[in-house]
Write a protein that binds this ligand. Structure first.
Ligand SMILES: NC(=O)c1ccc[n+]([C@@H]2O[C@H](COP(=O)([O-])OP(=O)(O)OC[C@H]3O[C@@H](n4cnc5c(N)ncnc54)[C@H](O)[C@@H]3O)[C@@H](O)[C@H]2O)c1
Length: 386
């Protein structure tokens, strides 16, 4: 029998308990300890899981209790110091999204993990959802043609954060999905936004990502909307996909719809756009909890040494976009170029297959929301007037 991986979860606030529940339910590991500075939160979790040790001292998680892996679900500004200490103590480390407060911090964590041969993974939960994987499969099959643009809306009322804007809070989900579907990193970011409730903290933002082939993605994030909306439209040259994560069924619909421009015409009277309206179909999607697949994938990567789908490198690439968005916001929406790095842009990378994680996860409920905290901004980018 395989030795169980000894896991500890740090941060038992809003999201941490979901990680606690999932790691506790996976037989491949033993959830040995939970840690929170807040004794009341810890007491609550202890009442649910009395067999799991409760710690208020993070240092105890690093030494003495024999953990192989740490899972960090605390405020974003604390991700870097906690994760750095975990990696230096030789623990495989899973950090909730966004991975850290700056690209420099992410780079340091990626570097330490590499030098120490440890798994570093970040919580891009939607990459483990069956719906997003199905979209990726459809796009990669060429069925929708070339992606022209993607638009995403993630809106609801609150939850207002005190030191983070809505882009750092909600957009990581959309950015990670878009980067995954496009298989590429944007080359340019524009972001505009406004603060209506807390001065200086944008509660509505609109971000535009530009990719190399002039493909764009527009991400609207809001804490000021009466409805909960999680929608994404992927417009291809042949077909279009609409993904509604709030829909109880038929989360994905593929529309056989497109418009073509005539190649040439001699008179205005001859000019007609060619609209095509065809069938709409909704592919079958297996119900499973993305977070459970994600937790199992972390354990699989520890066992096999494979690179996680949401690796530290991917966490870094996402924070790069967020940093650029903050810079753009400061400059009234100016275009911020991301440095072109061939190792980030469009080259295939060897990643762990998800099959074993999916196989070992039984059908469960779906549903998640994002909350995070505001990191600082420290990037020197080249700037274009918008
Ligand atoms: N993947 C997702 O879908 C998803 C969803 C929601 C939140 N998140 C992420 O989860 C993380 C936590 O968010 P949250 O909303 O649960 O925050 P939260 O503020 O509700 O909880 C954080 C907890 O961490 C504890 N904590 C802080 N510093 C600590 C330390 N040094 N040692 C031990 N405990 C400490 C706090 O006491 C608190 O209980 C964020 O990174 C957020 O972005 C991810």
């Amino acid at each position: 029998m395989k030795k169980q991986i000894q896991v500890g979860v740090v941060g038992c606030g809003y999201w941490g308990p979901n990680l606690v529940r999932n790691f506790r339910a996976i037989s491949d590991c033993r959830l040995k300890a939970m840690c929170d500075l807040d004794v009341q939160r810890l007491a609550h979790l202890k009442s649910l899981y009395p067999e799991v040790e409760g710690e208020t001292e993070y240092a105890h998680m690093l030494n003495g209790i024999g953990l192989d892996a740490l899972v960090i679900a605390t405020a974003v500004r604390t991700h870097f110091p906690l994760a750095k200490a975990a990696l230096l103590a030789g623990k495989h480390t899973f950090i909730e999204k966004p991975m850290a407060s700056s690209v420099a911090e992410c780079e340091e964590l990626v570097d330490i993990a590499k030098k120490k041969g440890l798994v570093l993974m970040t919580g891009h939960t939607f990459l483990y959802s069956a719906a997003v994987r199905k979209i990726k499969e459809i796009v990669d099959s060429g069925d929708i043609g070339e992606i022209r643009y993607i638009s995403a809306r993630r809106l609801n009322l609150g939850l207002f954060q005190k030191d983070i804007n809505v882009a750092w809070d909600l957009a990581p989900h959309d950015i990670s999905i878009i980067q995954y579907i496009m298989g590429d990193q944007p080359v340019r970011v524009n972001c505009q936004g406004s603060a209506h409730v807390t001065p200086g903290i944008e509660d509505v933002t609109s971000m535009c990502l530009t990719f190399r082939k002039q493909q764009t993605a527009i991400i609207q994030s809001s804490w000021l909307d009466p409805r909960k909306v999680r929608e994404m439209t992927i417009v291809g040259s042949r077909r279009m996909i609409v993904y509604d994560d709030c829909a109880p069924q038929e989360k994905i619909r593929v529309y056989d719809a497109r418009v073509d421009r005539p190649p040439h015409y001699d008179t205005f009277g001859e000019f007609h756009y060619a609209y095509h309206y065809g069938d709409v179909y909704s592919p079958y999607i297996k119900q499973e909890e993305p977070l459970k697949v994600e937790c199992q994938h972390f354990l699989d990567c520890i066992r096999t040494g494979a690179t996680p789908i949401s690796s530290g490198q991917k966490g870094l690439e996402l924070v790069q976009v967020l940093e650029a968005s903050s810079e753009s916001l400061k400059r009234g929406g100016a275009a911020i170029d991301l440095p072109f790095r061939p190792e980030l842009n469009g080259l295939p990378r060897r990643e762990a297959p998800l099959a074993s994680a999916i196989k070992s996860v039984s059908a469960a409920m779906v549903g998640q929301a994002g909350r995070a905290e505001k990191p600082g901004v420290s990037l020197a980018h080249s700037v274009h007037a918008s």
